[in-house]
Design a protein. Sequence first.
Length: 231
Amino acid sequence: MDSLFRPQVGAAREQDWMGSVRLLRHRLGWWLALLPAGTVLVLAGLLLFGEYTRAAHMRGQLLPSGGLVRVAAPASGSVSRVAVDEGQQVEAGAVLIELSIERDSGSVGRTADAVAAELASQRQRQQTELDELSRSTVRQQQLLQQQRQALRSQLALLESTRAIRRQQFEGAQRLLEQIEPIRASGQLTALQIHQYETAALEAKAQVDLVQLQHLNLSAEIADLSAQLAEL
């Protein structure tokens, strides 16, 4: 009977008793496949668009960016009422707190007397310093005036000396001009001519020296006058 069929048919019938194999897809398969992809997308979004704030433990004191305003009480006392809340905005001149001040009339009177005495003592010291400064200024003025007067006397004497030196120089210069025509005649020796020229040069040097001294004295007098004007 087996020869009626091909060998392949017989082999196929021998495996029919085992049944066919069928692979079933799990219902959660797609969700399980999408879960890693969604996780990757969320992480990528956080990296691209998210913000990271590093947490650190710090010790210190927090202050406003505009700074703190310290308000001094006009007198010492106890706080009886707080008129504003913490963080509340206030205007200039607004009441912040109320103080309860207990005063002893006797101690206040003694304090006022002590303050008045201290102020009087300060005024007396200041007046003494002003008087001393005024006397010192007067003495300095007198000293500067004396120095200026002495320099003016020296300047007057120097002007007379300058006039004499100029006359001497002009005389020596005229003498040189007079001997110029007879220089070539041989009536004067070379030594005599040299002496005349030397005398003229010395007279010119004396004029220049006196002129320099005159300028220095004039500058000193101007400086003393400026110091007197500042006092």
